[in-house]
Write a protein that binds this ligand. Sequence first.
Ligand code: GDP
Ligand code: MG
Length: 203
Amino acid sequence: MSETYDFLFKFLVIGNAGTGKSCLLHQFIEKRFKDDSNHTIGVEFGSKIINVVNKYVKLQIWDTAGQERFRSVTRSYYRGAAGALLVYDITSRETYNALTNWLTDARMLASQNIVIILCGNKKDLDADREVTFLEASRFAQENELMFLETSALTGENVEEAFVQCARKILNKIESGELDPERMGSGIQSKVSEDSDDRCKDMI
Ligand code: GDP
Ligand code: MG
């Protein structure tokens, strides 16, 4: 089976352990909630082709696979990412307070122009909320992030988070702000592949 697409973007999912990163990736790829029965090492990687403003974009998404528990998310994980979902849990202020550290790492270790969308996950647990929508949207504005509240449980805004981030990257390519040919941009263009070998080139 060969597949074609206009662009390939490397995406990351970052944020404290327990915020729902693996569930967000699973919901996006599989369109359903990942139940808790499987506590073995999660999906480390997922990919999906989406259609954004008449372009086919293949998202190659990396999950931390538990590395964040040991504060050992490696440089190679960040290298060359075009986009990232930065996740906190709306019911945990601790995960919100950690955002600045995650942002520093992402901007230092990924590509300079990485496009980041802040995701306040577990939106379905509104009764246990510790972080308001307003305060998080201010934080997002101050740090030039897009922002959505999501629920990996219900699926609300999950697809939107990935699509909005991809759309912003496409806009930057079209305006010339991002050069897809530049090494380490996390972007490949006009790829037609028969196997996954081409993807490995950019990691
Ligand atoms: P990770 O460590 O960031 O990858 O987090 P996981 O994806 O493993 O999720 C951590 C816990 O939060 C699990 O018990 C999930 O079932 C739960 N969880 C994840 N997303 C949501 C959500 O949107 N709503 C609710 N209620 N629980 C969630
Ligand atoms: Mg995980």
